[in-house]
Design a protein around this ligand. Structure first.
Ligand SMILES: [Zn+2]
Length: 331
């Protein structure tokens, strides 16, 4: 007899169902599945008797429906895992999610798995997924707070004219990221690439020396653009005491296709992005650090051209697609 293990505290689809009632239902279903059905080969109402016993409306569920629900939760879990790598305080929550996901994949593949098993694993998976999502939110908030602290200028000596109010100084600019789409990452060089947009081979690209992206991918730019950015970074560091922060540099064709699908027209048509030529960089989308009018962005706008790095007209504040984070190398 299959044991029914329930996950408490999950925010998944089961949260609205009374726990004891559900346990009764699932145990009844296990008996019915094991004794009466025994395979995944048909649409069978499994719930009528137990539901009648507890005086509720009849719920019809099927092996196909349970399998589809489990697949949907598994898909969500996979994307959560991909999006949170290195972006939680303690990776144990991600490892736990990966373990339940493996269990889900095994249950999906098992020919004799019961509806109750599918439902149980789906509930466990939803709960583990919610835990990782919550951990990621906490991590992001901590990152934002740290960035806000780092960006706050040292206490001015003598009252500058920058508006100290009755509260004892103006509030720091928001460090909430202005990006709310799905995560996209910088791309490695394209092995065997033909040199066209988004298909630049390793020989065309050089990684910047001071940073890699959160997944460990080097920040690649076309060789001459990287050389110029290295020089620019020396000057930037002399001014601000830290290296230039990067978010994304080279982007390959496949990633551009995915971005266009996810973000629509604010992403360039695949094959036309300046990121695909290795001649564009994005600094982080953090208004407190690089937003309009910040010292760091103003410095980049004023000094970048000396190194060949400029803001294209479309990305300016009054441009057709304002992006304070985007810069391009024009040599
Ligand atoms: Zn960009």
């Amino acid at each position: 007899m299959a044991a029914v293990v329930l996950v408490g505290g999950g925010a998944g689809a089961w949260a609205h169902v009374d726990r004891r009632e559900r346990e009764r239902d699932e145990q009844a279903a296990v008996v019915r599945v094991d004794d009466a059905v025994g395979s995944w080969d048909g649409d069978v109402s499994l719930w009528g008797a137990s539901d009648a016993a507890v005086g509720r409306a009849v719920t019809v569920t099927t092996r196909d429906a349970a399998g589809a629900a489990l697949a949907a939760v598994a898909e969500q879990a996979r994307s959560t895992l991909a999006a949170t790598e290195g972006k939680v305080e303690d990776d144990a929550v991600r490892q736990a999610l990966a373990a339940v996901l493996a269990e889900a994949d095994a249950a999906s593949a098992a020919p004799g798995a019961s509806v109750a098993t599918a439902r149980r694993v789906a509930a466990s998976l939803a709960a583990a997924d919610a835990t990782v999502a919550q951990a990621h939110t906490q991590w992001q908030q901590a990152q934002d707070a740290a960035a806000a602290r780092a960006a706050r200028p040292a206490a001015p000596s003598g009252g500058s004219a920058s508006g100290s109010g009755p509260g004892g100084g103006k509030a720091p600019p928001s460090c909430e990221t202005t990006y709310n789409g799905p995560p996209f990452y910088t791309s490695p060089a394209t092995d065997g690439g033909d040199g066209s947009n988004g298909k630049l081979p390793p020989s065309a690209l050089t990684a910047v020396s001071w940073d890699v992206d959160p997944r460990g991918t080097p920040y690649y730019l076309r060789n001459d653009a990287t050389a110029a950015l290295e020089r620019l970074n020396v000057a930037f560091r002399a001014r601000f005491g830290h290296d230039l922060d990067l978010d994304l540099t080279y982007r390959d064709y496949a990633t551009q296709v995915a971005m266009r699908e996810a973000l629509g027209t604010v992403a360039a048509v695949p094959g036309t992005s300046s990121h695909g030529t290795g001649l564009a960089m994005d600094v982080p989308e953090l208004p407190c650090e690089y937003g309009w009018g910040t010292p760091q962005r103003d410095w980049l706008v004023a000094n970048g051209p000396s190194y060949g790095w400029v803001v294209p007209s479309w990305a300016r504040q009054n441009g057709s697609n304002p992006e304070y984070w985007h810069f391009e190398y024009r040599g």
